[in-house]
Ligand binder design. Structure first.
Ligand code: PGA
Length: 250
């Protein structure tokens, strides 16, 4: 069964309410190609954007969640709250969360588990730093992040996980992994997924690439055999560039 490509825009800490609604209205005004397309606005815009998305094929994602179902966790948001506002996905373990907010491999595993229990799908991000790549540790690092991130995932829920390979050195830097570099890591990840869940499920799981994906490089990246779409940062903040990337996946 062919995997449906999935392109998701990660808006990070951008867009006030008015700006978020204007961006989503711009996307809705254009034909969306026959791939799955998601957007992850900041928490403050989720409700308004969710209302705008009603009846459309665009899906809503959150950029983060807490691993507990509820409780005294000031400033945090649960999976159930995100599902309630209309999210279908939550991004887990983005490298900015790992590097700037101290998120650990084990914590990411708990968040993926919480997302699935709370009725969401998870986009689990993995990726090596430049120092790790130069030390030839890329596969070791992404393998460790993958295993920890999937700690609470049963085979029956495997297809509710999307894995995003995002080399840290490519995020927001304008440096993209070459299609061959990205494909090598994606093939490795799919092999690990096959060892964990079996070849059949692994062949259906979707693996996104992220890190300076732009309209000019998206088609070549997405045509690699194990790259099933992308997680898009900067280029998702603008209607024409995000749509061009979505079309490149179609
Ligand atoms: P970028 O970000 O496209 O701006 O490099 C990608 C990401 O962080 O998901």
């Amino acid at each position: 069964m062919a995997r449906v490509k999935f392109v998701c825009g990660n808006w990070k800490m951008h867009k006030t309410l008015g700006e978020a609604v204007a961006l989503v209205d711009g996307l809705l005004a254009s034909p969306i190609p026959h791939v799955e397309v998601g957007i992850a606005p900041p928490f403050t815009a989720l409700h308004a954007v969710s209302k705008r998305l009603a009846g459309s094929k665009l899906v809503l994602a959150a950029q983060n969640l807490h691993f507990e179902a509820e409780g005294a966790y000031t400033g945090e948001v649960s999976a159930a709250m995100l599902a309630d506002v209309g999210c279908r996905y939550a991004i887990v373990g983005h490298s900015e969360r790992r590097q700037l907010f101290g998120e650990t491999d084990a914590g990411c595993g708990k968040k993926v588990g919480a997302a699935l229990r709370g009725g969401l799908r998870a986009i689990l991000c993995v990726g090596e730093t430049l120092a790790e790549r130069e030390a030839q540790r890329t596969l070791e690092v992404v393998g460790r992040q993958l295993e920890a991130g999937l700690a609470e995932v049963e085979a029956g829920r495997a297809l509710d996980v999307v894995v995003a390979y995002e080399p840290v050195w490519a995020i927001g830097t304008g440096k993209t992994a070459t299609p061959a570099q990205a494909q090598e890591v994606h093939a490795f990840l799919r092999g690990r997924l096959a060892a964990r869940f079996g070849a059949e499920l692994a062949s259906q799981l979707r693996l996104q690439y992220g890190g300076s994906v732009k309209p000019g490089n998206a088609a070549e990246l997405f045509s690699q055999p194990d790259i099933d779409g992308g997680l898009i940062g900067g280029a998702a903040l603008d209607v024409p560039s995000f749509l061009a990337i979505c079309k490149a996946a179609g």
